[in-house]
Design a protein around this ligand. Structure first.
Ligand SMILES: O=C[C@H](O)COP(=O)(O)O
Length: 314
């Protein structure tokens, strides 16, 4: 593994960056799938499960990324983010609300003083097909409107054609445009074809300044599979060992059940370590997970399901 954040010569040319990324150890695809499947069978009960559910709620980036996102829908989501179950004030708030950049101002207004951050997708989400200047303008607008977190997509076309330097330079430019906002870099792992590519894209993003690496946009399948999350958790673990910097991980896309969320938390604990079991270093991006967490929480506390009709839409 490399021993500095930006090894000498790393970005001198695309060839040197390519040599560096292709010099990373290869992923054992079968081993990764088997380890993820083995960890997925772990079950946790009672008190530990209740703690895991509350931790998962605190890690949720409550997301709406639809063309039909109205101001009213964003405000309703913001209200739910702060008080996920208005009848039960013991339910913690979520980490962030994630919206398109033109919805940031509405979310910021609705969440002022709540402790819930506003995250915004940017950089021509979800395809990432736009000139860099347009991506930077999108980012700057979201930050100016109050987004504390930016979720950018990488240029998968550049990555898959071997133009790693272009991907690196876009990330560093967006990082600069973020100012104080945290940058989550979306790899769109469902388009990267191999786990080796997921590992390379993870290291590329971390060297370029990502505060988080995120699996997916939620618009491409497969999205946040357990083996992919495992490979990314190994990457942040090894990057920290090599550089001292701790980068967060955000699986997103298709995480709908408490079981999915708990499986991810088990992976975090076993692969990266308990240091990552914190919303500052692990998030779950989801549009339709929160209600299941609330139902399972109620079931644990009272023995009965509230049922989906009891909760507002998420
Ligand atoms: O960034 C978050 C994703 O868009 C959420 O995907 P989802 O709608 O499958 O939960």
């Amino acid at each position: 593994m490399p021993d500095t954040i930006s090894p000498p010569g790393l970005t001198a040319s695309n060839a040197s960056l390519r040599a560096y990324l292709h010099g990373l150890p290869g992923v054992d695809e079968v081993g990764a799938a088997q380890r993820a499947a083995g960890l997925a069978t772990r079950s946790i009960k009672t008190t530990a499960k209740a703690q895991a559910i509350d931790l998962a709620i605190r890690m949720v980036d409550l997301t709406t990324l639809e063309g039909a996102d109205t101001p009213g829908k964003v405000r309703a989501l913001a209200a739910k983010a702060v008080h996920p179950d208005p009848a039960d004030p013991s339910v913690p708030r979520v980490a962030a609300v994630c919206v398109y950049s033109d919805r940031v101002a509405i979310a910021v207004e609705a969440l002022r003083g709540s402790g819930v951050a506003v995250a915004s997708v940017a950089t021509a989400f979800p395809a990432g097909r736009a000139p860099l200047e347009a991506k930077l303008a999108d980012t700057r607008q979201a930050v100016a409107d109050g987004a504390a977190e930016i979720d950018m997509v990488i240029d998968r076309g550049a990555f898959l054609s071997g133009d790693y330097l272009k991907v690196y330079e876009e990330i560093t430019a967006v990082k600069e445009a973020c100012g104080d906002a945290h940058l989550k870099v979306i790899l769109e792992t469902g388009e990267l074809v191999t786990y080796d590519n997921v590992r390379r894209a993870s290291w590329l993003a971390m060297h370029a300044g990502a505060d988080f690496i995120k699996t997916s946009t939620g618009k491409v399948s497969p999205a946040a599979t357990l083996p992919v999350v495992l490979v990314m958790l190994e990457a942040v673990r090894d990057f920290r060992a090599a550089t001292g910097r701790r980068i967060g991980v955000k699986p997103a896309g298709g995480i709908r059940t408490t079981k999915d969320a708990v499986r991810n938390l088990v992976l975090v604990n076993e692969v990266a370590g308990a240091d990552w079991l914190d919303p500052a270093y692990f998030r779950i991006g989801a549009s339709s997970l929160l209600n299941d967490l609330l139902m399972q929480r109620t079931k644990l506390a009272t023995g009965v399901y509230g049922g989906p009709d009891y909760y507002t839409l998420d």
